[in-house]
Design a protein around this ligand. Structure first.
Ligand code: GRF
Length: 206
């Protein structure tokens, strides 16, 4: 089974949805290790409850970016990681790691890229921007990670309606539900090599 590391910084509900689908036998990927940059992340307990090893590795622990990169790389090698799924991970991955795992690192964004993305566009900021712009649909984008924020090849997108009485919170809840229904399918398809990448275009059935 392909070995996938999960990176998270927060509550980890997307991580939990991967754990749940794995338990149901629908996700056929080994969730090999959880890497967090913040030991207080809710995702840590979810890993512990499910016997998934946890590593705490933050750029601030190191004097240089190179030392951080080296440590991260060692962790990934130690667990024979082949794929990475970012699940609410708030740090930019070092470019060496991005290059080594080209088209093998996935991220989920709670909006329809290329709108409402980029540095600083995360969490409720995305939903607030969608509402302020007056968009009638929002949704999710699952993409490969490249050297720019929210920029790599798009693997999967799906939409939700924006309702007249939405607040950032109600919209976030609708989008999050879609995230949970979708991320595992993409992780399964990518890790089981059912998608093919040609330039920015990703082909394959999710
Ligand atoms: C999700 O909205 C995801 O799209 C974004 O970060 C959030 C993480 O939520 N990348 P959770 O920690 O998985 O609950």
């Amino acid at each position: 089974m392909a070995r996938c590391a999960i990176f998270a910084s927060g509550g980890g509900s997307n991580f939990q949805s991967l754990i749940d689908k794995k338990k149901e036998g629908k996700l056929t990927v080994d969730l090999s290790v959880l890497i967090v940059n913040n030991s207080g992340a809710g995702a840590v307990k979810r890993a512990e409850d499910n016997d998934i090893p946890v590593l705490h590795c933050a750029p601030s622990h190191f004097e240089t970016e190179a030392a951080y990169t080296r440590q991260l790389d060692e962790h990934l090698k130690k667990f024979d990681v082949e794929y990475i799924a970012l699940a609410g991970y708030m740090k930019k991955l070092p470019s060496e790691i991005v290059a080594r795992f080209r088209n093998r690192i996935m991220n989920i964004h709670p909006g329809l890229l290329p709108a409402f993305g980029g540095k600083g566009m995360y969490g409720s900021r995305v939903h607030k921007a969608v509402l302020e712009f007056g968009a009638k649909i929002s949704g999710i984008t699952i993409h490969f990670v490249d050297e720019e924020y929210d920029h790599g090849p798009v693997i999967f997108q799906d939409t939700v309606p924006v309702k007249d009485d939405d607040t950032p919170d109600t919209l976030a809840a609708r989008v999050l539900k879609l995230e949970h229904a979708s991320y595992w399918k993409v992780v399964d398809a990518v890790c089981n090599k059912r998608v093919k990448v040609e330039g920015r275009r990703v082909f394959g059935t999710i």
